[in-house]
Structures are given as C-alpha cells and as structure tokens.
Unconditional design. Structure first.
Length: 438
C-alpha cells in the first residue's frame, strides 16, 4: 500500500536491556521478517524528541518533517490508510511529494537457510521416543524420532508446507504461520499458531491438521464470543491440555483462555489489562503470558513482560499469585527467593522432577524455580549470548524460548541459535541436538 509515496521506518526504543543490543535487535528483525529499515534507539533519543509515551506508537510525518498524526497503541492499517491518502493528496497538489524510491536492502538478504529457523518451543514425548519442535521461522512443526541416548534424532514427519498460511488438511499441504507452543493429549498434538491467531490440532494417527479455535484474524475491540472457530483470537502463544480442557496463553490479550470439550471458548483468568495483579482469576492481570506448565494442581504461567512467573491454583475457587516478579518495569538476573529473585522476559516453562524449569530468555539462561518456596537459581548459561556446549556453568545460549523435561534430560529451544539444546541433568552438561533430515 502506497509503495511510491510512503517510507516505513521502525524506531526500536527498547524496554529491556537485552533489547538495546544491536545484535539482538537484528535477530528480532530477521525472526519477524521485517524488511523496512529499523533504527536502534537504544538511548531513547528519538523517543524523547517525539515525546513518545507508549509502545507501540505510530507517527505520520509529512515531507517537511512535521508530525501529521500520532496514534498510541495498535491501529488498523485500514484506518491509518485514510489519513495517509489525505496527506498524499494534499502534498501532491502542492507539489511537495517526492516519489523517488528510497534504496534499502532487507537485513535478510544473504542470510543462509538453516535446518531450523528460530525454533520457539519443544515438547518431549519420552514414552514414544520422540520430540516435537515448533520450527517457527519455517512455519512448520517437526516430529523427531530420538536416538536411544536422547541427544540426536531424525525427522520422522513434517507438518506444514513451509509457506506461511492457514490451511487445514494433510501434513504436507497444511500451513501454519509462526507456530509456537505445543502440547499433546493422546493422539492429538495441539499447536498455538501465533501469527494466524489460531489454535490448531494435529491428528498424529492420520497425519492431518485442523483448526480448533480462531479464524485467522486478530481480534480487535470488544470481546464477542462465538463458536471457537468463529471467535477471533489475539496472539495465542502456548497451549496446555488437561483432560477435557485446553488452556491457551493469549499473549495479545494478556489473559489465559480455556477451550472446554472443543466446544466452548473464553477467558479463564485475567481481566485483559496489562499489569501484575494477583487475586481471584477474573480480577487478576497478566502481561503477555508466553508459556504454561502444570504441577502440584497449579497452572504456572511465564508472564513475560512482567519478568514474572505466576501460578493459578486449580480448585473450586481459582486464584492467581506470583512466585517471582514484582512488576512491568522490574527485571534483572539474580538468583534468590521471591521478591529477591529477578528474571528478564521469561518465555518458556516446563515442570518436571518437582521443579519448574524457566527459559529466562533475555538473560540467555535456563533457571530452576521451586514452586513451593519461590526460590530461583541459574541452571544453564553464563548470561552472555552465544552458542557453546559443555558444563552448565560455561554453556551459552541465545534467547531460549522453550523448555521441555524428559526424565534426566531437558530439551531447550535455543531460538536465536536456530538449535535445540539438550541439558543432561545428571551429568550437568549441555550438547546440541544432532538433528538429521531437517
């Protein structure tokens, strides 16, 4: 839209320290397929110059450099187009519109293809000797037959054509768009198909894909609940199946939703406001929840934007409470108990061996969290981004987003390293999954 009249420039004014680093920003640009120029406003000079106060903010700037419009929060492209067209027509009439092309080269130019591209989540299935991988950047889900030692494996099946889209049907014809969270119940693998704003189900016996919630478009405005596949969703990031319930981390809505018996869909916890508020589930608030785990009759939540791990007591009167984290603007990298501990944008959770494993993404670590005491401790990683196998204390990760426990092994979706890492909890060493056939 308006290719000869409008130049889009992204200004990245980071919230988290990790986001201020150009190397990390470049990976985000590549991961999200951004082709327009992006400026790293690490010190917020541009933010302050334009008096920005909220993420995101859209500015419309005229040919003379004057602000012609400003919108805080999300805005529909169709609505923005009306103001752009009006501005184009005025400056075309005044002879001040410059239609000369701006020569830019996308960051992705020259980047080699890899077996995995920004894998975001993993799900171990030790009883069947397999591992599922959300190969997010390739818009597909892989089923891997693991070797006996668990540190290597061969791709058995690929679900998704590799082209972004929303298509049901056989494995090779079906299409996903940026899939993330995975969970299995019997012969069904559920997928949080994030960029499609949908939840998909893979029949592992038949090898087919179907949509169970969402309709391929992002929800806007007032919540209207219809049948599950007629209700628009907002960036579902993770799923967790418990008998007849499918919990969904609805990151874009700052809520946890639930699909009951595949027929009824709606919010389970969270009022939709972005904040860290505990209490009864309907009045509690979350901050872009990005993963879920189940243990000790509690639903645990990686509440990423608050750098927190939350818990929902699953009983007749569910309540939300916080294990680690104190608010939207409190973060760090500190082991400790309760309010003494600090995380930085945790995106992954797994429960195993009586422990929560946390992908502390922006700290480039995996940590343990005792759900009974609230004590967090570094397990893997130095805190420096990189790719290095070896002892837990010297191994390096790069923004891991997913973890899955399988006995004495912990699988890690090492997102920006385009790899799956395997942590041996007994030998306390890390290796990179030797993946064949991807």
């Amino acid at each position: 839209m308006f290719p000869d009249e409008v130049v889009v420039v992204g200004i990245h004014s980071a919230k988290f320290p990790s986001e201020q680093i150009t190397r990390n920003l470049r990976e985000a640009v590549l991961r999200h397929g951004i082709d327009h120029p992006v400026v790293n406003d690490a010190q917020r000079g541009i933010w302050e110059a334009y008096a920005i106060r909220a993420w995101p903010t859209v500015l419309l700037v005229d040919p003379a450099g004057r602000i012609a419009g400003s919108w805080a929060g999300e805005i529909l492209a169709e609505d923005l187009a009306v103001d752009i067209r009006r501005l184009i027509d005025r400056h075309a009439a005044e002879g001040t519109l410059d239609r000369r092309p701006v020569d830019t080269q996308p960051e992705r130019a020259g980047v080699p293809d890899r077996p995995l591209a920004y894998p975001s989540k993993v799900l171990a299935d030790p009883e069947n000797g397999r591992l599922f991988i959300s190969d997010t950047g390739h818009h597909r889900v892989l089923e891997v037959a693991l070797d006996a030692d668990g540190i290597g494996g061969a791709v058995r099946r690929v679900f998704g054509s590799g082209t972004a889209g929303l298509v049901d049907g056989p494995a090779g014809r079906a299409a996903f768009h940026g899939p993330h969270g995975l969970d299995r119940l019997g012969a069904t693998l559920y997928v949080a198909d994030t960029e499609n704003h949908a939840v998909r189900a893979i029949d592992l016996d038949a090898g087919t894909v179907r949509t169970v919630a969402g309709m391929g478009e992002k929800a806007h405005g007032r919540l209207v609940l219809e049948a599950p596949t007629a209700t628009p969703l907002r960036s579902p990031w993770a799923v967790l199946a418990v008998e007849h319930l499918l919990f969904i981390a609805m990151a874009g809505a700052h809520q946890i939703w639930v699909l009951v018996d595949g027929e009824a869909l709606g919010p389970f916890a969270g009022n939709g406001r972005e904040a860290l508020v505990d209490g009864p589930r309907a009045r509690a608030s979350f901050n872009q929840p990005m993963d879920l785990a189940l243990g000790y009759s509690h639903l645990f939540v990686a509440d990423a934007e608050a750098s927190a791990v939350r818990a929902i007591r699953l009983d007749d009167d569910p309540e939300v409470f916080t294990l680690v984290g104190t608010g939207l603007f409190d973060w760090g990298d500190r082991d400790g108990t309760g309010v003494a501990a600090r995380l930085q944008h945790p995106a992954g959770l797994a429960f195993g061996n009586g422990t929560l494993y946390v992908a502390d993404s922006y700290n480039h670590k995996v940590k343990t969290l005792d759900p009974r005491t609230g004590t967090a401790a570094t397990l893997v990683g130095t805190g420096d981004a990189g790719h290095a196998d070896g002892p837990f204390e010297t191994a390096r990760l790069f923004e891991p987003e997913g973890v899955s426990a399988a006995g004495t092994l912990l699988y890690v979706a090492d997102t920006n390293n385009h790899a799956v890492r395997v942590a041996d909890l007994v030998g306390r060493s890390v290796t990179t999954l030797a993946l064949r056939g991807a």
